[in-house]
Ligand binder design. Structure first.
Ligand SMILES: NC(=O)c1ccc[n+]([C@@H]2O[C@H](COP(=O)([O-])OP(=O)(O)OC[C@H]3O[C@@H](n4cnc5c(N)ncnc54)[C@H](OP(=O)(O)O)[C@@H]3O)[C@@H](O)[C@H]2O)c1
Length: 202
């Protein structure tokens, strides 16, 4: 089987490095390009070293054109950088785009929708299949229970985030429920010492 040529956009970030490390040890993928922010310390570094393993002879790039020959690009950068990437790929390439970036504003949402009309594009605020199933269930239940029910979220995983990605997944994007946002009650932040509590939407 021919390996899938993979591009990683945001390859120097926490999630990007993790995906990079996984891709390096998976024969189903060949690394086409690893993109980092132009001018960042990671630019020009060997991507094996970025991933915390031995050098592999591929250097981190910062030019979007380097992604054009990839079969699939995984974006885990920022909404602004991801939107720029989506527009670029839709205009110039055939590469499929998978974006796990979160926090898109309305204008960036619109840019993603326009790109999705031209290239295959998968967007998910959470790569976990279990969370995706949970989000669907919460939406269905919230629709059934009606406006009188408030929504509280105990998110013990994303305790260091500025926003609440789980809430964003439930409340935004295709399939979201009109008016659900008004029912969300920000609660107490997660307590110290790893205690389960509430994650506040900040
Ligand atoms: N879908 C999921 O399951 C999932 C899970 C975890 C996180 N996320 C989301 O994925 C995104 C990244 O998370 P993270 O924790 O890895 O954040 P992070 O550590 O801040 O990584 C983001 C990376 O993107 C880079 N970047 C910024 N602009 C760029 C550009 N124009 N071109 C290439 N790279 C660029 C940043 O570079 P500099 O640092 O040099 O600016 C940084 O290395 C966030 O939106 C986060 O919420 C999604």
């Amino acid at each position: 089987m021919t390996p899938i040529s993979l591009g990683i956009h945001g390859g120097a970030g926490r999630l990007g490095r993790h995906i990079l490390a996984l891709a390096l040890e998976d024969a189903r993928f060949s690394l086409g390009t690893v993109m980092v922010r132009e001018g960042s310390a990671a630019q020009g570094q060997d991507v094996g070293v970025l991933a915390g393993v031995k050098p592999v002879g591929l250097l981190a790039a910062a030019d979007l054109r380097d992604l054009l020959d990839c079969d699939v690009v995984i974006d885990v950068s920022s909404p602004a950088a991801g939107a720029k990437l989506a527009t670029f790929l839709a205009r110039h390439g055939q590469a499929k785009l998978v974006t796990g970036t979160t926090g898109w504003n309305k204008a960036e949402d619109q840019i993603l929708s326009e790109a999705a009309a031209r290239i295959a594009l998968l967007r998910t605020g959470n790569f976990s299949l279990g969370v995706t199933a949970l989000v669907r269930q919460v939406r269905e239940n919230a629709a059934r229970l009606g406006q009188a029910w408030g929504v509280h979220i105990h998110d013990i995983h994303h305790s260091a985030k500025k926003g609440c990605p789980l809430w964003h997944s439930i409340n935004a994007g295709p399939g979201s429920i009109p008016g659900l946002g008004k029912r969300y009650k920000p609660a107490l932040p997660v307590g110290g010492g790893g205690l389960a509590g509430h994650t506040q939407s900040r």
